[in-house]
Design a protein around this ligand. Structure first.
Ligand code: ME8
Length: 671
């Protein structure tokens, strides 16, 4: 029987804003899955979507569609991206799938019947955005520790999972299985930040959220977040929902790959649920870092600045081909830590590795075989010491790369392959085949050099099938090798190419990019898109509800007329209005009118002097959110620095602050 290998990505929230960071986990898993498949293993690679919850319910309502209709469209878009990026999954599970719901209901009932789930009342601080409850101590500056938004108090009858009961067992698990949680730094993070302070029982049902899997023995409740989401890893294999053949074959999972922000759910809650179900635990959980753009995790990137970095995976595929993005994601980010994306890094990486190193090696070698031997590969005719280093490097390459993948270090695997590619290019410089070609007496040497180079290309391309499948397939096709037939355990050995093999001259696989020109083009494109999106957001026909009708009504009655002081939208956007929170406030000495306010914009603090002392006491203002003109030239009022201005409305003697909705985070741009 074949060895098996089961790997999973987390299931994605249907946020709809898919970007290159979103692709990171999945491209890594796809490559590891492909590598294992080519080692002859029976592989199950799972990915999917996490579709229930309040946010989806609310978004669907806003759009006037059912939650299922809402998610269907977004999921189709995600699947399309996976197809564009050659993601070869075994199953795409959706938490709205019927078989998944069956498993979840079974688990919930069983845990309830055996006393691991009990009914109580939840009172606590809740973040609607993250759909999570927090204790006071978990908050950061009084806000949600995960997304930084406001939390509010909520009280609700709920079912709870006895997570607290499993604390010792989980500590034991980390101790007995040093491989379980990786990278190793995550273990201390789990112990010190979550387990040692005391694990709380976990709220696992809601009565206020209807868009979820119903608790079948208490229909008022729906299953809430983690029992629903995490169970996908076994429901996808048929656990208690029908045929369990896959479950028996693939469980326990070899590797759950997740982003670092959700590692605690995988490394604490998931093992506890499995322990309660008396099931074997996953063999490894890996928490990778984030891809950052402008210093922020992509999904939370600041919306207001013009972002000139490309972020949409479809743009990458259209401009540079699918493998360029795959390669960049796999190679550039040191595994386990965060990596910062920039257009320049991306373009330079593609140029240097794919176009220069790999592309040149393949095109030079296949061209020389065509020029000198009519496109037929001839057997090595001699032996020279100069060949030894290259041959021994490429002969060992499979073992080196297999170890990298076993240790879940994908960037290192690519580095190791490209070391050999680099060595082969150096071998071309050392052996100077173009000089050999001029001397009939050196034909044998040339034959050998081109054979050795072809073998390096074949072995490297076979290994690269896991990472850049489409380009590696093209390279192998130059040597009439069908990528589908490659088994690394055979392909790894030097000498596999038979004399007489027809060699096709390779077309440029990665055309060289003019980085300067390309950077300018990307910048222009992004600025143009930004402007278009702003314009369309403010066209009267795109304005929301009331505004739209108002605009139409005005048109009808002819009230829209030219105004001599009209400004255009670009002029308006020059004013940078932002939500700011008053952290402290005091009177300006020797002034009846002025107050000095310290404001927080989230990313920085400002001091502003405002003439509202007659209308507000300092105490009244602390904690309020205000609208700040953030790009006003700093000025001094009564010798006190003022970095901006806060907006008020006035009618006669009545002056009131313009107060934004409290749920808008500090620093949000107002427009
Ligand atoms: O967390 N860089 O879903 P999700 C790297 N539904 N990885 C990123 C990233 C970035 N900029 N942005 C997102 C969830 N990801 C839950 C999981 S599993 C039972 C439930 C990664 O859509 C992120 O770290 O927020 C995670 O691994 C994956 O995308 C899905 O995140």
């Amino acid at each position: 029987m074949k060895d098996t290998f089961y790997i999973s990505t987390p299931i994605y929230y249907p946020s709809g804003s898919w970007h290159i960071g979103t692709c990171y986990t999945t491209v890594i898993c796809d490559s590891i899955a492909r590598f294992n498949r080519m080692q002859g293993k029976d592989v199950f690679f799972l990915t999917g979507t996490d579709e229930h919850g309040q946010k989806v319910e609310a978004k669907a309502k806003e759009k006037g569609v059912t939650p299922k209709q809402y998610v269907d469209e977004i999921v189709a878009d995600l699947k399309n991206i996976w197809q564009l990026l050659d993601i070869n999954y075994s199953r795409f599970i959706r938490t709205t799938d019927e078989d998944h719901a069956k498993t979840v209901q079974y688990i919930f009932k069983r845990l309830y019947e055996q006393g691991d789930i009990y009914k109580s009342v939840y009172e606590g601080l809740y973040c609607t955005h993250c759909e999570s409850f927090f204790t006071e101590t978990q908050l950061v500056d009084g806000k949600c520790p995960d997304c930084g938004r406001e939390v509010h108090h909520e009280r609700e009858e709920s079912y709870f999972f006895r997570l607290s009961k499993y604390a010792d067992k989980i500590l034991q698990l980390y101790q007995d299985n040093p491989e379980f949680l990786q990278p190793k730094t995550r273990v201390n993070e789990m112990i010190n930040n979550f387990i040692k302070p005391g694990l709380q029982d976990l709220c696992v049902s809601r009565t206020s959220v209807k868009w979820g899997i119903p608790v079948d023995f208490d229909k008022e409740h729906t299953v809430y977040v983690w029992i629903d989401a995490l169970s996908n890893y076994i429901s996808a294999l048929g656990y208690h929902n029908g045929d369990e053949t896959l479950f028996n074959k693939f469980w326990p999972c070899d590797l759950h790959m997740t982003g670092k922000e959700i590692i605690r759910f995988h490394a604490i809650i998931w093992p506890a649920i499995l322990m309660a179900l008396d099931l074997p635990l996953p063999k490894r959980i890996y928490g990778h870092g984030w891809l950052l753009v402008g210093g922020d995790k992509l999904s939370k990137s600041k919306q207001d600045k013009i972002n000139t970095e490309l972020t949409d995976p479809k743009d990458f595929v259209a401009r540079y081909g699918k493998d360029s993005l795959r390669y960049y994601l796999l190679r550039e980010i040191p595994f386990g830590t965060d990596g910062v994306y920039s257009n320049e890094n991306f373009l330079n990486r593609i140029n240097s590795d794919l176009s220069n190193d790999l592309g040149n090696l393949v095109s030079r070698t296949t061209a020389m075989i065509n020029q000198n031997f009519d496109g037929v590969l001839l057997e090595p005719a001699d032996k020279d010491e100069i060949d030894n280093e290259l041959i021994s490097m490429v002969s060992e390459l499979y073992d080196v790369v297999a170890k990298d993948i076993e240790e879940i270090n994908v960037p290192r695997a690519l580095q190791d392959i490209f070391k050999v590619v680099g060595r082969a290019n150096k071998y071309i410089d050392e052996t100077t085949p173009w000089v050999l070609a001029k001397d009939p007496a050196k034909k044998g040497r040339l034959q050998t050099v081109l054979y050795n180079l072809s073998e390096v290309i074949r072995i490297c391309a076979s290994l690269l099938l896991a990472f850049i499948p489409s380009s590696a397939t093209q390279i192998l096709a130059c040597y009439s090798i069908n990528a589908d037939d490659v088994n690394l355990l055979e392909a790894k050995n030097f000498g596999g190419l038979k004399a007489g093999t027809k060699v096709i001259k390779s077309q440029p696989i990665f055309p060289r990019i003019d980085v300067k020109k390309e950077l300018k083009e990307i910048e222009d494109l992004m600025i143009k898109r930004h402007k278009e999106s702003q314009k369309s957001a403010y066209k009267p026909e795109n304005a929301q509800n009331g505004d739209e009708n108002k605009a139409k009504d005005n048109k009808k009655s002819g009230e829209i007329c030219e105004h001599p002081d009209e400004i255009n939208i670009d002029e308006f956007f020059k004013v940078e209005l932002r939500v700011a929170k008053v952290i402290s406030c005091e009177k300006v000495e020797k002034s009846d009118k002025l107050l000095k306010l310290q404001l927080s914009l989230g990313y920085e603090e400002r001091q502003v002097v405002s003439g509202i002392a007659k209308y507000y006491t300092p105490e009244e203002l602390v904690g309020k959110k205000v609208v700040l003109v953030a790009n006003l030239k700093p000025a001094k009022l009564r010798g006190v620095l003022s970095q901006g201005m806060i907006l008020c409305g006035e009618e006669g003697d009545n002056v009131k602050l313009v107060e934004p909705d409290m749920s808008l985070p500090e620093g949000s741009r107002i427009r």
